[in-house]
Design a protein around this ligand. Structure first.
Ligand SMILES: Cc1cc2nc3c(=O)[nH]c(=O)nc-3n(C[C@H](O)[C@H](O)[C@H](O)COP(=O)(O)OP(=O)(O)OC[C@H]3O[C@@H](n4cnc5c(N)ncnc54)[C@H](O)[C@@H]3O)c2cc1C
Ligand code: FES
Length: 285
């Protein structure tokens, strides 16, 4: 498919069927879907980690959600959705086998080719695990493309850690160097680290090769400030620090201006930005 054909498909909404649903935490649910038309599934399965899709619920509205699956496994798409308002409430009423419309993929996503042959430090907090899971699974499936991959993930409590089983399995399989932490462990049975996510840098700092490393983060805005501090201490260049940002979006295609800030359209130029971009456009965070 050439780029023009792909763009035409991106602008249209296509019917998708729910294949699986699972609660990831008390307020976040996993959705596994596939486009009803296998042709569309094949074509739109060529997304990049870090891109997002827009869901349409008739009579309720539209909202963007990060793609959490990896393009290396093209027969379905996965999402993690937190219930916060009318669209997400309507999505929570759907059952396996129900259909709704999806358009996309949108946004710039991560430049996976640039990251090839580098070490990666992937840092996520809370809901930030949803978009970064796409990158993690991609790195697992294309392990030979990357050198050391360090994954640092934090959540408030073990119950709040999204994709907890997947990440524990990653820790056990040792394909990626995985470090998991929680701020608090109310039940007292958490087998990994306790403390904020930035404390996990102690476990990798002496092995980080700042000449050959990309760092990628996604999480609550407060986390960014402290993670950036740790990365700058390790002398990771600003243009090699990536973060994925959420801003209010409507069209996802650069038409409505909802997401524009200082001439930057976060739906087109983002949601992935470098720390270099953020420094020049402070309102982005
Ligand atoms: C690029 C992108 C990717 C996203 N990926 C995901 C994802 O993977 N999983 C997920 O659960 N959500 C994600 N979101 C957020 C999701 O789009 C919103 O939560 C959505 O608006 C919910 O719609 P709603 O009608 O249920 O709630 P609304 O009625 O729109 O909002 C309910 C509450 O959430 C707040 N809110 C809504 N959107 C945002 C936002 N972008 N940032 C901060 N607060 C917000 C509102 O102010 C309000 O308080 C993403 C947003 C963007 C822009
Ligand atoms: S969401 Fe419409 S211009 Fe970005």
């Amino acid at each position: 498919m050439n780029n023009k054909e792909r763009k035409n498909h991106q602008y249209k909404a296509h019917s998708a069927e729910i294949l699986d649903l699972k609660d990831l935490s008390y307020d976040t649910r996993y959705f596994k879907v596939k486009f009803v038309d296998p042709n569309i599934q094949e074509k739109l399965g060529e997304y990049k980690p870090g891109q997002f899709a827009i869901f349409s619920i008739p009579g309720v509205g539209e909202a963007p959600f990060s793609i959490s699956s990896t393009p290396t496994r093209q027969s379905f798409l996965e999402f993690g959705i937190r219930k916060v308002g009318s669209i997400t409430e309507a999505l929570y009423k759907l059952k396996i086998g129900d259909k709704f419309d999806i358009r996309g993929p949108y946004g710039n996503g991560f430049e996976m080719d640039k990251m090839k042959d580098h070490d990666l430090i992937i840092v996520s907090g809370g809901l930030g695990a949803v978009p970064l899971r796409s990158l993690l699974l991609y790195a697992c499936d294309k392990r030979e493309d990357f050198k050391n991959v360090y994954f640092l993930n934090g959540a408030r409590t073990p119950e709040d850690m999204l994709f907890r089983e997947d990440f524990m399995a990653m820790h056990q399989r040792e394909m990626l160097e995985t470090h998991l932490t929680v701020d608090e462990d109310p039940k007292g049975d958490w087998p990994y680290h306790i403390g904020v996510v930035t404390k996990l840098f102690e476990k990798i700092a002496d092995r980080v090769n700042n000449k050959n490393t990309y760092a990628i983060m996604c999480g609550p805005p407060i986390m960014y400030k402290f993670v950036i501090k740790e990365l700058l201490k390790l002398k990771i260049p600003k243009e090699k620090i990536f973060m994925t940002l959420e801003r209010r979006m409507k069209c996802g295609q650069g038409h409505c201006g909802h997401c524009a800030i200082g001439g930057v359209y976060t739906c087109l130029d983002g949601p992935v930005f470098t720390y270099w971009d953020i420094e020049r456009l402070k309102e982005l965070i």
